[in-house]
Design a protein around this ligand. Structure first.
Ligand code: FES
Length: 278
């Protein structure tokens, strides 16, 4: 058998000192950026549309001793519902009164800010949208690279603060999930498909938050000796395996939060019935 060897001359001098060629890769490296662009663009379009709808975001309500009136099912895009025109005034205080103001617009900055500044999503959208670089061993689309050292990307460093806000939202969505097991119309406690959907959504968002790199750093970062910090060591050991699956939790929770909004929207508009299992 004859082995034919070929060589490709490259000149070093591309962005970040790489070869002065787009790439030497012959596989379909572009598939991942294209998929990422498609999914994130679809999510942004859908969530923007849903946030401006200002209707069909909640189903039913009951009286609740903690927060006053509470919805049975509420979209995660609209919780906590902070305007006076929320279907049942789900929470005890309101910061928006105009009827045209969608409650989602008052809160989405926090969950969206958490996702936009996520280390994993940053890697994904820097590659997919900015091509900096688009894939391993593929040249940058830009002549220079300044990383996250300048405005606006230096703002990404606020991620840890969005993480704290994210925990508050997770607690509120968990509350919504628990309340969703209370049936409308004095039916007591029970299980409906919607209650299961809200519960899965809250669980996935907890997993996404607990697997966050900022969370792992909070648990075990800057600790010189775990022997002297046994509780932090336990927390660090708990979140480390979750952290290894952060990418999976990022995508699954993104899909499911949109699905949860769609489910509540379909039930609230009358297009779908929230079937009670028992
Ligand atoms: S790194 Fe992804 S949510 Fe913090």
């Amino acid at each position: 058998m004859t082995v034919v060897e070929s060589t490709t001359q490259v000149t070093l001098g591309g962005a970040r000192g790489g070869p002065d060629l787009p790439t030497l890769r012959e596989d379909r490296w572009w598939i991942q950026p294209v998929v990422t662009v498609s999914i994130l663009t679809a999510f942004v379009i859908y969530s923007t549309w849903a946030a401006f709808q200002n209707r069909f975001y909640a189903v039913g309500y009951t009286t609740d001793s903690l927060f006053g009136k509470a919805h049975e099912l509420i979209s995660p895009f609209y919780s906590p519902c902070l305007t006076t025109h929320c279907d049942a005034g789900s929470i005890g205080f309101h910061i928006g009164t105009a009827s045209w103001l969608s409650p989602a617009l008052l809160i989405l900055i926090f969950p969206l800010g958490f996702r936009m500044t996520c280390y994993y999503y940053r890697r994904s959208y820097y590659r997919a949208f900015w091509w900096a670089p688009p894939a391993c061993a593929v040249s940058d689309a830009h002549a220079s690279y300044s990383g996250e050292t300048r405005f606006p990307l230096i703002i990404q460093n606020v991620h840890r603060y969005f993480f704290y806000f994210g925990l508050v939202f997770n607690a509120l969505l968990t509350y919504d999930a628990v309340r969703s097991f209370h049936m409308v119309g004095g039916g007591g406690w029970g299980v409906s498909v919607g209650a299961i959907v809200l519960s899965i959504n809250a669980t996935l968002l907890w997993l996404y938050s607990l697997s966050c790199h900022a969370c792992r750093h909070l648990c075990g970062g800057q600790v010189k000796s775990f022997k002297e910090h046994p509780i932090r060591h336990k927390l660090w050991k708990f979140v480390t395996p979750l952290n290894a699956k952060h990418m999976q939790f990022a995508w699954i929770s993104l899909f499911f939060v949109a699905f949860t909004d769609i489910y509540v929207r379909l039930v609230a508009s009358g297009a779908w019935t929230d079937f009670k299992l028992f």
